[in-house]
Write a protein that binds this ligand. Structure first.
Ligand SMILES: Nc1ncnc2c1ncn2[C@@H]1O[C@H](COP(=O)(O)OP(=O)(O)O)[C@@H](O)[C@H]1O
Ligand SMILES: [Mg+2]
Length: 326
């Protein structure tokens, strides 16, 4: 394993999963991702983007992450690993890469929260965690695998139906960008949707559908809220993800949302955390959190620059390097 030369620029390796996307969408995401790369470069990082399919994790006298004949692992180097996928083979690859980086002296920057491994990505684990802290969460049912899938219907009927006058949302536990987030109105439709999901073994949750006026993303850095982004679904739509047509604007949030977001960030020792809330008629409901990969580019100025600076400060702190101000 090589080490940094003192005084050298901090290095980031961003491992992406282009095999998740239709090539056209992949090209658009690459263009959008290049804004993030520019920000990092401007603040003193060297950035390499590597595709997960081109990386081979292994061990040979130490953890190795081969890219051709080069070992990407190096003391103090930071890795950003895009870790959601609908493909079981890619999921295994991501897991192998993550575990190899964690075993090395390099830093897996996308970990970002302390606690069980699943807390970084798994919505079910997040709801357990947030609910224990008295943060409002929707009830949910995890869908069993394979031929047991339809058993979820009985549990949904018993546990959720009375509180689901607007139908249900089925969503994968560990995905992003609104992928596979599906709304159904009736238990019959839910039953068919579950039949379609079963062969994919995606690992899904069923929740009541909460009519909401939008999602709020709160950016917390070093224990304090920096900014909030309101994402509103397109007319007639239910997903507020900007990648699904939602639109973003800055927002002053009620003190209650700020307090709960900061409390959640503290509870997982997160130096930088983006906490998403659904704005329901009876108040905010926790939806999910994300670490450094969450978008902030849809914020207007000056919030966009504030959050961008916080992000690079966070990365520099995790890598133990200073002086990243542009
Ligand atoms: N239970 C729900 N009721 C109503 N809308 C929901 C619910 N869950 C998610 N949504 C909408 O769908 C969007 C995507 O769901 P989310 O859980 O955030 O998944 P992802 O990780 O793909 O962003 C949310 O931003 C929200 O607008
Ligand atoms: Mg989301």
């Amino acid at each position: 394993m090589t080490t940094h030369t003192p005084g050298a620029r901090a290095e980031l390796v961003w491992i992406t999963n282009p095999d998740n996307y239709d090539p056209g969408l992949g090209a658009r995401l690459k263009r959008e991702g290049s804004e993030r790369v520019d920000l990092y470069v401007e603040h003193g990082f060297d950035v390499r983007v590597v595709h997960s399919c081109d990386v081979v994790p292994g061990w040979n006298s130490g953890p190795r992450l081969w890219h051709g004949d080069e070992d990407l692992l190096c003391k103090g180097r930071g890795f950003l690993l895009s870790s959601w996928t609908w493909h079981q083979g890619i999921a295994q690859q991501i897991q192998a890469i993550a575990r190899t980086i964690r075993a090395s002296d390099a830093v897996l920057l996308t970990d970002g929260v302390h606690g069980a491994e699943g807390l970084a990505m798994d919505k079910l684990a997040m709801y357990h965690h947030a609910g224990r802290l008295d943060v409002p969460v929707l009830p949910c049912v995890a869908v069993p695998f394979g031929r047991y899938t339809r058993r979820a219907l009985e549990t949904v009927r018993r546990e959720l139906a009375a509180d689901a006058p607007h139908g249900y949302v089925i969503k994968p536990r560990e995905m992003a960008m609104g992928f596979g987030v599906h709304r159904v109105d009736t238990l019959e439709q839910l039953s068919s949707a579950l039949d379609l999901l079963a062969p994919a073994d995606l690992g899904c949750l069923v929740q009541p559908c909460l009519p909401h006026t939008g999602d709020v993303r709160v950016y917390v850095h070093q224990g304090r809220q920096l900014a909030a982004l309101l994402r509103t679904p397109e007319a007639g739509a239910y997903r507020a993800n900007v990648s699904q047509g939602g639109s973003g604007s800055a927002l002053t949030v009620p003190a209650e949302i700020t307090e709960m977001s900061e409390r959640l960030a503290r509870s997982v020792d997160a130096d930088y955390l983006c906490v998403d809330w659904l704005l329901g008629a009876d108040g905010p409901v926790f939806n999910e959190w994300m670490t450094v990969s969450a978008a902030f580019e849809d914020l207007p100025e000056p919030e966009r620059s504030t959050v961008g600076r916080a992000l690079v400060t966070h990365l520099a702190r995790r890598l133990g390097v200073g002086g990243t101000e542009a």
